[in-house]
Design a protein around this ligand. Structure first.
Ligand SMILES: Cc1cc2nc3c(=O)[nH]c(=O)nc-3n(C[C@H](O)[C@H](O)[C@H](O)COP(=O)(O)O)c2cc1C
Length: 211
């Protein structure tokens, strides 16, 4: 009997008639963004700035411990990860972002049963990339990436490192095979950029193309 009810519910969902169908309830696109300790924090800042211009996108943000050093060095903003307020980096629009400390394992999206559409790690350090490739998940950035892969959701990694050693390349191959998109922060020059912002936008637009 229970099976028959479930089958009926499934059929209703498939025909997209029921207002309680989970697919129909999903109105906002939910994106998880993580900033880790690689150079290129400006890429994350610009990506979030552009996403905040969209009304139908919900952003959750986490920062790795080392990213705080890079944020201070590259953006000249000193932050305390325990009580970080996104407005410190994104102004008033930052109110729309939900921030999670990297050790906050109560964040609901670290469970596969709570939906999110995509995760972007930008910039993605080779350390974080290696830990994801190795299946580690002892902070919410790693765990969410792990969930994205297991649930076949979009996982975009934006590494910034050069040159690449054998281990970096092997980890990237491992992750691309597992379903992640490796999108290195490698701006092109065929659009004749005149400013740093144009170089940054080149990479950020590639990320947006894949979301
Ligand atoms: C100033 C500074 C710059 C760094 N730049 C890079 C970088 O561009 N790419 C990278 O993969 N790692 C870089 N690292 C190394 C990572 O921060 C380090 O491996 C760290 O453990 C990564 O931790 P996380 O992935 O948890 O942020 C840098 C470290 C520092 C202190």
């Amino acid at each position: 009997m229970k099976d028959a009810i479930l089958l009926g519910f499934y059929k209703i969902c498939k025909s997209s008639v029921s207002p309680i169908c989970p697919i129909k309830r999903k109105v906002k696109m939910k994106i998880i963004i993580a900033i880790t300790g690689a150079s290129g924090i400006i890429y994350a800042q610009r990506l979030i700035e552009l996403l905040l211009q969209q009304e139908d996108i919900e952003i959750s943000l986490s920062l790795s411990k080392t990213s705080a050093l890079l944020i201070e060095d590259e953006l000249k903003v000193k932050i305390d990860l325990q009580k970080f307020n996104p407005e410190e980096l994104f102004g008033e629009k930052g109110k729309g972002i939900v921030y999670y400390h990297y050790e906050d394992l109560t964040a609901n999206f670290i469970s596969g049963s709570n939906h999110f559409d995509a995760m972007v790690i930008i910039p993605c350090s080779m350390g974080t990339l290696a830990r994801i490739a190795g299946g580690l998940s002892d902070n919410i950035i790693l765990r969410t990436a792990d969930v994205a892969l297991k649930e076949r959701r979009k996982l975009i990694l934006v590494p910034r490192e050069t040159p690449l050693n054998y281990i970096h390349l092997r980890n990237m191959l491992e992750l691309t095979t597992a379903g992640a998109i490796i999108l290195p922060a490698c701006p092109g020059f065929y659009h004749h950029p005149k400013t740093i912002n144009e170089l940054v936008d080149f990479v950020v637009w590639r990320v947006l193309d894949h979301l």
